[in-house]
Design a protein around this ligand. Structure first.
Ligand SMILES: C[S@@+](CC[C@H](N)C(=O)[O-])C[C@H]1O[C@@H](n2cnc3c(N)ncnc32)[C@H](O)[C@@H]1O
Length: 304
């Protein structure tokens, strides 16, 4: 039986049709933070256990000249820069949104005692296998029981995970779970332009909330030019490989399965639009206009 007949059979059979409709109607709202398919995809492509944009010492490097090894090296460099900012006051470090745990061995090699935290099931599974000796908290940071971890951590790290946190919950909690002289080291991007797509906190709003919740920005370095090569690399791949592959698949479908193509014809422009919209988020020029990527160190001033 051909593809088209197989699909048609499901729609013609009343029991199958009922199942299609009820599965679609009763679909659960997925909590993306527990099973982030996008981060899972990155972790399969990037073998270095990092899920951030990396840091290129040479921001003028062209996307066409970048190799995967250079991306791994840039990611390691980014992690090293972050760890260099730790002031060594105390060993207990909480790596919030630890991803695939790439930072953990680096912290250990410098004598720190890291605790990892992530809400993501794939990441928890991976880290618990690879680093069974490292304490691992499986939850969103906002859901961490503050009283249980009160004053426990000397250093807090958010490596490209601050953008996911709800500031009104996370900022006071960062205060609660850390020691009186705690340091918070963060690296992430912020929205500065009005036209920026949704991800990232607004920089001005973030600065206001910092003050309210007892944190002071002690150090700030704009590393946007240094992370842009990775974005340009992803954009290049999406445009030169991803889009032509999509067009090729659609043309093949039209020739090999015209019935199936006919059934999908109205939905295809929407799929294409979605891909193009996603590609826009990694358009280096759009990113540079609307976002700022910062390496930051915060000092605890405490809640009044
Ligand atoms: C872009 S990845 C960065 C991972 C890692 N820090 C790195 O630099 O490779 C974002 C991380 O934040 C985590 N995350 C998302 N929402 C979170 C939340 N509410 N609390 C804590 N972590 C969260 C994700 O599961 C993921 O581990």
């Amino acid at each position: 039986m051909g593809i088209v007949s197989k699909i048609a059979k499901r729609f013609i059979n009343p029991a199958s049709l009922f199942r299609i409709v009820s599965l679609q109607r009763n679909r659960k709202k997925i909590d993306r933070t527990r099973d982030d398919a996008q981060l899972k995809l990155y972790s399969q492509i990037l073998k270095g256990d990092f899920l951030h944009y990396g840091f290129f010492d040479d921001p003028t490097i062209k996307a066409e000249d970048i190799s995967l090894n250079q991306i791994y090296n840039a990611q390691l460099r980014y992690a090293e820069l972050l760890v260099e900012k730790l002031n060594g006051n105390g060993k207990a470090v909480l790596d919030i949104g630890c991803g695939m745990g790439g930072l953990l061995p680096l912290l250990e090699s410098k004598g720190y005692a890291p605790t990892a935290l992530t809400p993501d099931n794939t990441q928890v599974h991976y880290i618990s296998q690879k680093y069974p000796h490292i304490p691992l908290l499986h939850c969103k940071f906002e859901d961490l029981e503050g009283a249980k971890y009160k004053g426990k951590f000397d250093t807090l790290i958010t490596s490209e995970s601050l953008q996911y946190l709800k500031l009104d919950l996370a900022l006071p909690l960062l205060n609660e779970v850390s020691t009186p002289n705690a340091q918070w080291v963060a690296c992430d991007y912020f929205r500065v332009g009005d036209k920026a797509e949704k991800s990232g906190h607004y920089w001005e709003v973030f600065l206001e909330k910092l003050k309210v919740f007892g944190w002071e920005l002690e150090f700030e370095q704009d590393i946007t030019p240094n992370i842009l090569p990775t974005i340009a690399y992803v954009y290049l791949w999406g445009n030169t490989i991803g889009m032509p592959l999509y067009n090729f698949a659609v043309e093949k479908l039209q020739v090999k399965a015209p019935g199936f193509y006919y059934a999908l014809q109205d939905a295809l422009p929407e799929v294409k639009h979605k891909i193009e919209k996603n590609l826009l988020t990694v358009n280096p020029e759009v990113f540079a206009q609307n976002k700022r990527y910062k390496l930051m160190v915060f000092k605890k001033t405490g809640l009044k």
